[in-house]
Write a protein of this length. Structure first.
Length: 213
């Protein structure tokens, strides 16, 4: 697992250029099937549109698809795809719907319009980073809890559920790059009196410096 950039949430926006409406839609998508489902949803919402242009990039295999949907070749889908690539995104899909306003934009005008619509809807969706974390459950004696809590916060790791039973059980999400350091510090604080139960690795979302489970 390695970090990657993607969209934070679904979003849409609208711009008008020479009387044509360009409505942008963007969404994270974990699979090509999910991306295609999003595209079909947008098409149904805009069944009367002149064009429904889309592009997406999915997965470590870097699956890339785009369509001009009736616009002159290279003037619509490719600029949308290039905007996704410029932001370094994967697992992201963007659809730009055009309602023709009666004024032709020419090839250069179309490229600029589709690129601008894609740029603005990506900004509206927000760009986040998916970061590999591993899930731990720690079981410790109560006297160690305060120091461990401080250490976890100092290392900028993420505390999940806490169970106050006969001993304290703490769910902690640890950046995989800091896993060894984390274990060593916890062992040092507790003099080895800690039970580690490691769960599966998973991605957490980092946005504006904050980590979200």
């Amino acid at each position: 697992m390695k970090p990657y950039k993607t969209l934070l949430k679904p979003a849409h926006n609208e711009i008008i250029i020479n009387k044509s409406r360009f409505v942008g839609y963007a969404s994270p998508a974990q699979t090509e099937e999910e991306a295609l489902g999003f595209i079909e949803k947008v098409k149904k919402m805009n069944f009367d549109a002149t064009h429904n242009v889309y592009a997406y990039i999915i997965g470590d295999n870097n699956i890339q698809r785009f369509t001009d949907d009736g616009e002159p070749s290279g003037t619509a889908g490719k600029p949308v795809l290039e905007e996704i690539k410029r932001e370094g995104l994967i697992n992201a899909v963007v659809v730009v719907t055009r309602y023709f306003g009666g004024i032709k934009l020419g090839a250069g005008g179309l490229i600029r319009a589709y690129r601008k619509s894609a740029e603005e809807v990506i900004e509206a969706a927000g760009i986040s980073e998916k970061v590999p974390f591993c899930r731990y459950e720690l079981t410790i004696d109560y006297p160690f809890w305060g120091k461990i809590q401080n250490e976890i916060n100092n290392m900028r790791q993420v505390i999940g559920n806490i169970d106050y039973a006969d001993r304290v059980r703490i769910e902690v999400f640890v950046d995989t790059k800091k896993e060894k350091e984390f274990r060593e510090k916890i062992l040092n604080i507790t003099n080895g009196r800690v039970n580690f139960l490691k769960g599966k690795d998973l991605y957490l979302t980092r946005y504006r410096g904050r980590i979200f489970v």
